[in-house]
Design a protein around this ligand. Sequence first.
Ligand SMILES: Nc1ncnc2c1ncn2[C@@H]1O[C@H](COP(=O)(O)OS(=O)(=O)O)[C@@H](OP(=O)(O)O)[C@H]1O
Length: 482
Amino acid sequence: MVFRRRARRMRWLGCHRLGPIWKALLVFVAIAFTGQLLGFFNKSWMQPERPRSVFPLSSDDGHGSPMGPCRPHTHAMFLKTHKTASSTVLNMLYRFGEERSLRFALPLGYQFGYPLLFNAHRVKGYRGPRMVEFNIMGNHMRFNKPEVEKVMPADTFYFSIVRDPVELAESSYAYFKAVAPAFKRAKGLGDFANDPRRYYDPRLRNNHYARNLLWFDFGLDHNANYTAALARRGEAEIRKSFNLILVSEYFDQSMVLLRHALCWPLDAVVSFSLNARQPKPAAGGSWGSKANLGAALALTDDQRLKLREWNALDWHLYQAFNRTFWEEVERFGRARMEAEVALLRTRRDVLARVCLRDGGKPVEASRIRDKTIRPFQSGLVKILGYELHPSLDNSTRQACLRMIRPEIQYKDLLDAQQFPRAQPPPGAAVAAGGAPIRREPLAPKIGDQLGGNSIERDWDGTRLGRNVSLPVRERDGKDRFR
Ligand SMILES: Nc1ncnc2c1ncn2[C@@H]1O[C@H](COP(=O)(O)OS(=O)(=O)O)[C@@H](OP(=O)(O)O)[C@H]1O
């Protein structure tokens, strides 16, 4: 009976008359249609003639909710605060700008003279106040608005990101243990939290990593004694300068707000977490050959409270901007936010399946076969990166590579694109994306103590120069002048 009905239906559809070629065609159309729905084959992924990105260039890429008639912002300044997921945000800016051939305000080394206050002359290619149109600025700096304004256009969108200071302290301790004297001397973060003043000398270079790091990055005095009035003044100053402050703990919601503020397509804010630490080992385990780092980072509730007090200025900022953030979400609409976050996560899952090996899990640098995409390593813990799926076609590979290329390598690539005449001679190391880079990121050599180092160096040891002759580090690690 059932079979008879099915046979009748097939006859009605005319399938019995279809030859094998028509059947194959039908199957192909069905696959292509499903692919479209899932976003695998949007226009940019299908065009083989030149490497394209996963991101179509309109503000409405068909994946997110429609953006309406707004025009995408192309003047953006991101204050890259430390240990706040800022490398993940910077990667989005890099991708967005690279795909649209926007001009980046790039540092001579890898940071804008950090930890000194920002100065416009730190920007490669700067020729005087607003002489050159820069679109995007986002490398680490200690914020200094009047100098930034010399570089960026008047209609620039300013934004930054904050994180709970206790989580931030943990990340900072793990990463800067070897360079911040206050951390170096303590047995562990708990030990430091018990009595920070015992370890902390405000005169020593790099100790800013150990106290009110957000406050410091925003250009404020991080050693000032906390008072409510001072904290409110600092907060007000930041509010005057910035259009939006994101919150690391609510990264996806932050991306939705950012995308709407900038009128950017959904794909521009879909990302894989970069610069993540290897997770803490289970009790009794150890991290590699080093001491038990799990114990070094363990904190009691009391120690967490003490860290909050020690970083009281940052705690104030975090609370204030967290409140504002949720007010923004309220204005945006809670239900609308939930729907957009769900879309963003679905899209990230799809891209992870397409792009990444091991189901998209981040892996230790040493396991990444392509050495040119290994992330920079620092401190006590292993910083994780990604491996690309081995069987990607060229254009898909280029698009995926953009999403996982570590910060240092990406900066080198953009630098080479913006200053093509300054390329190193043939034979220098070439990154996966075609850019010359150092073979492997070098260990950081941050200047020791105040006044102890006459040659000015960036955080990673790069010797800094002026715009006239620019030092580059070649594959052999020697500085040469371009
Ligand atoms: N998407 C997303 N959401 C939440 N958290 C994220 C995300 N991406 C990166 N991270 C975490 O951010 C920490 C690294 O921060 P930064 O990239 O700012 O570090 S750095 O200052 O540039 O070295 C680092 O934190 P820890 O793992 O606690 O060290 C990353 O895991």
